[in-house]
Write a protein of this length. Structure first.
Length: 112
């Protein structure tokens, strides 16, 4: 019998994180679309005074993986709120109608 000091399972997945990817990319807007076979998540950073917001990252996944991601996010939000308190979202009545831009448009819509 061979002496095996490696206690890791034979088929354990090893994830590699390069320094470039480890830096991450900030996103405050996600656009999610789907077809019958894929979910597409586009991440952007929208900043005031910037008329364009290029997609900084696109993730394409199968519907089953999208559902697993949803479950993982729900679980992590629940754990976050247990540790740090409830995440509060602005109420639509205070904020007005919801728009795609996380910032105001800078245009005063009041009629003279």
């Amino acid at each position: 019998m061979a002496d095996n000091n490696n206690n890791q399972p034979e088929n354990q997945l090893q994830i590699e994180l390069s320094p470039e990817v480890a830096k991450g990319v900030y996103a405050n807007l996600a656009i999610i679309t789907h077809s019958s076979s894929d979910f597409i998540l586009d991440f952007c950073t929208v900043l005031p005074g910037m008329p364009k917001s290029p997609v900084s990252s696109r993730i394409v996944m199968a519907p089953e993986h999208a559902k697993r991601l949803l479950q993982a996010l729900q679980g992590n939000v629940m754990k976050y709120e247990q540790e740090f308190g409830k995440i509060k979202l602005p109420e639509e009545a205070q904020q007005g109608p919801r728009t795609i831009a996380p910032f105001g448009t800078g245009v005063n819509n009041k009629e003279n």
